[in-house]
Design a protein around this ligand. Structure first.
Ligand SMILES: *[C@@H]1O[C@H](CO)[C@@H](O)[C@H](O)[C@H]1NC(C)=O
Ligand SMILES: *[C@@H]1O[C@H](CO)[C@@H](O)[C@H](O)[C@H]1NC(C)=O
Ligand SMILES: *[C@@H]1O[C@H](CO)[C@@H](O)[C@H](O)[C@H]1NC(C)=O
Ligand SMILES: *[C@@H]1O[C@H](CO)[C@@H](O)[C@H](O)[C@H]1NC(C)=O
Length: 258
């Protein structure tokens, strides 16, 4: 038996502590390294932190096998709030961007400057998608040809649908906001009953918490199902692994839901 055949076998055995050892990344093709997060005021917190927590753990637990970078992009460098404009009080959280849209496009972003093009663009949703998204839509449209994958969460899909990129393609969105969201892309084949939808290089999820499931689905696709399962078990998360299982579509009486 060749030595290279022994290593995967050993990796599958429980360690002396009785814990499952970490499964290796299954995929031998080129893995994405540069992730981007698009932010706008009044984004939905879990749309961002659900998927990011999955990718944070991936980057940390698999740091020996893959290197990942995250760019946080917004219109300006001002911290971006979850808060709704005009909401009384100040119940909000803010994220500091790493680069503006213009700097990224102009190649004048602050260091590190050697990250290359964004390969995976994560687009959250939230109340802000109903405000003026002109600059966000233009940015996505402009960088799309060089992006390898887009992951949308919740009404984040409406930012992509308004670029025209989703025309004739399948996607889903938040079921609570369905009526408004689908109007933002009349030529999109919106899937009414779906936890998430994968159409080529675009992964779109249903509302808010569904972003966590689409993030694991993306990890499964790129890094292998054992890696996705390992990360979800470590996070003690009950994954939805069936993209067609969507009780929220019937609860919210989405037309065409089954
Ligand atoms: C990563 O590499 C370090 C140094 O070689 C090693 O100590 C550690 O156990 C490795 N971690 C994993 C998860 O393989
Ligand atoms: C970006 O490039 C454009 C066109 O070259 C220029 O007009 C603009 O001032 C630049 N903006 C920044 C922030 O570098
Ligand atoms: C939306 O924003 C764009 C770019 O900032 C601006 O040109 C446009 O006038 C705005 N539209 C509305 C309706 O405020
Ligand atoms: C491996 O990753 C590539 C993208 O880097 C993806 O297109 C492909 O489907 C993945 N293959 C497997 C078997 O996971």
């Amino acid at each position: 038996m060749r030595l290279s055949g022994v290593a995967p076998l050993l990796a599958a055995l429980p360690s002396a502590l009785g814990r499952l050892s970490q499964p290796p990344i299954a995929n031998t093709t080129k893995l994405p390294t540069h992730y981007g997060l698009l932010l706008f005021p009044h984004f939905q917190a879990l749309d961002v932190f659900g998927p990011l927590d999955v990718f944070n753990n991936l980057a940390m637990m698999y740091k020996n096998s893959t290197t990942m970078y995250l760019s946080v992009l917004s219109k300006t460098m001002a911290p971006v709030t979850t808060g709704m404009t005009g909401l009384p009080g100040s119940f909000e959280q803010r994220i500091v961007p790493t680069t503006t849209f213009t700097e990224y496009l102009n190649g004048t972003r602050p260091p590190p400057t050697n990250l290359g093009d964004i390969e995976v663009l994560i687009i959250p949703g939230g109340g802000g998608t109903r405000s003026n998204m002109t600059e966000e839509i233009a940015f996505v449209k402009q960088i799309y040809p060089k992006v390898k994958y887009i992951i949308t969460i919740c009404t984040g899909s409406t930012i992509v649908s308004r670029t025209g990129i989703l025309d004739g393609r399948k996607a889903t969105t938040n079921k609570f906001s369905w009526a408004w969201a689908v109007k933002q892309g009349p030529k999109v084949n919106w899937v009414p009953t779906a936890r998430w939808v994968e159409d080529g290089n675009i992964f779109s999820s249903s509302g808010v918490s569904a972003g966590i499931d689409v993030a694991y689905a993306f990890v499964s696709r790129m890094y292998g199902e054992p890696v996705a399962n390992y990360l979800a078990q470590a996070a003690e998360y009950n994954r939805e692994t069936d993209p067609h299982h969507d009780p929220f579509s019937t609860f919210w009486e989405v037309p065409g839901s089954t």
